[in-house]
Design a protein around this ligand. Structure first.
Ligand code: B12
Ligand code: SF4
Ligand code: SF4
Length: 373
């Protein structure tokens, strides 16, 4: 089979399986590698040690698949109709997490595509990846002609904007590569830089993840730095601001993927109910959604911050319950949040907890909360 017909067959099977974008890139040293190293050296990755730990593996896709010669880069549109608006006592979830976990859906499709490839060429080595392999997906997607890297660092496509996931099928066979996209179509626009609530886009094409709400609410395992908490606003999980303001996202098509349709209780999320969930309850509700990643402790930390930022009459009861939680991370966030309330019951709960609290950080948060009085 020629490289040309293999590429054509793989692309048409990818579209048949429901991928919305497909383009081929060579297996090469990513031209952005030095940029990646500089980004890590600047400390922008924060606690995402899995990036720095594997920096050498990012150097070439052969570390993902031995003998790789071609990479089929794939995109899946996740733009859906908008669910209900956020309101008091509710937390916003970013668009990519409104429906099913994309990893499950995309892995299943990648397996089908890999099987198809092996039926065409039984001796081929093939591997499908999404997110977790040491592969700079946006860089290879740009090389495969799927879009350009915008000033918000997202891969932007003329037709789909940036509301799409990326995935890759690596093969030991040669593919006919698409034209890479050089430069960007952002022009003089800087809407994303101006709109970012935390100033995480420190410059065009440069994101300091340590300030990014997506990192703070999904990846960070510790307390959110105090000065950034108010800037998170009502965001419970992830952030879409730098995509919402992007002109390329204004008129993008809605996905045909039913699994991505917003579940009735995932955006916005009623926060008070979260504090009533124990480990088993949390697992039952979130295990097969993207909100599982930060686990119960991360989601409750985020929920407390939202309730601190957007006070409601009912919130002190939920936060009071969180102040007694077994997880110090949750207690610390609830202490901070209760400190935003003038309500005497909030102060009462803080005094009671301080009398028995043994964790250093939680004690510090409670004492800082009293200073807000
Ligand atoms: C770590 C990570 C994060 C981190 C850091 C994000 C970042 N901008 O670096 C955090 C937690 C903050 C994050 C947030 C989000 N993420 Co994320 N994330 C990743 C992950 C796992 C690795 C990215 C990485 O290595 N970053 C380090 C930087 C330096 O690498 P890079 O951005 O890929 O840049 C490379 C090239 O693009 C190039 N390059 C960088 N800048 C420029 C500029 C120019 C001009 C050029 C020519 C080249 C170039 O050099 C780099 C090295 O080769 C990828 C999956 C993957 N394996 O790639 C998903 C991924 C990038 N995330 C994704 C998504 C959807 C998001 C969120 C929208 C989720 C949300 N709603 O909260 C936000 C968006 C925030 C933002 N503005 O980027 C999608 C992006 C899809 C798309 N259309 O671009 C990906 C590809 C996951 C997927 N499989 O679909 N993410
Ligand atoms: S995701 Fe939100 S916080 Fe992160 S860079 Fe974009 S606008 Fe800023
Ligand atoms: S908002 Fe403007 S600058 Fe930012 S990615 Fe979109 S087009 Fe580029």
């Amino acid at each position: 089979m020629t490289a040309e017909s293999l590429t054509t067959e793989l692309k048409s099977e990818a579209y048949r399986l429901g991928f919305d974008l497909a383009g081929a890139a060579p297996a090469m040293v990513p031209p952005g590698l030095e940029r990646f190293r500089r980004w890590l050296a600047a400390g922008y990755a924060g606690q995402m040690g899995y990036l720095a730990d594997r920096v050498d593996a990012y150097e070439h896709p052969r570390h993902v698949l031995d003998g790789v010669r071609g990479i089929l880069m794939l995109g899946v549109n996740y733009r859906t109709a908008e669910p209900g608006a956020s309101g008091p006592g509710r937390g916003k979830v970013s668009r990519y997490a409104w429906g099913a976990d994309y990893h499950d859906l995309i892995h299943a499709r990648l397996r089908q595509l890999a099987d198809f490839h092996r039926r065409l060429i039984p001796t081929a080595g093939v591997r499908g990846v999404v997110d977790t392999a040491p592969l700079a997906e946006r860089e290879f997607a740009r090389l495969a002609g799927l879009g350009w890297i915008g000033k918000n660092t997202m891969l932007v496509n003329r037709k789909l904007g940036s509301w799409f996931f990326l995935a890759a099928l690596l093969t030991t066979e040669e593919l006919v590569c698409d034209e890479p996209i050089e430069g960007s179509h952002c022009g003089s626009c800087r809407a994303c830089l101006d709109a970012c609530p935390t100033g995480a886009l420190v410059d065009a094409y440069r994101l300091d993840a340590r300030r990014c709400i997506s990192y703070l609410t999904i990846e960070l395992r510790e307390s959110v730095p105090a000065e950034l908490r108010p800037l998170e606003g009502d965001r419970l999980f992830g952030c879409d601001v730098c995509q919402e303001v992007c002109p390329w996202n204004r008129q993008t098509p809605v996905t045909a993927e039913k699994d991505f349709e917003p579940a009735s209780d995932t955006n916005p999320v009623d926060l008070a109910t979260l504090f009533a969930l124990d480990d088993a309850g949390f697992r039952k509700r979130f295990r097969h959604t993207p909100l599982w990643r930060p686990r119960r402790r991360g989601i409750l930390r985020n929920a407390a911050i939202v309730l601190g930022n957007c006070p409601t009459e009912e919130a002190p009861a939920g936060l009071g319950r969180g102040l007694e939680d077994a997880e110090p991370l949750v207690r610390a966030a609830c202490a901070w949040a209760l400190g935003q309330y003038a309500d005497p019951s909030a102060q009462d709960a803080l005094h009671k907890r301080l009398a028995v609290e043994s964790d250093r950080e939680v004690r510090d948060e409670i004492e800082a909360a009293f200073e807000n009085e």
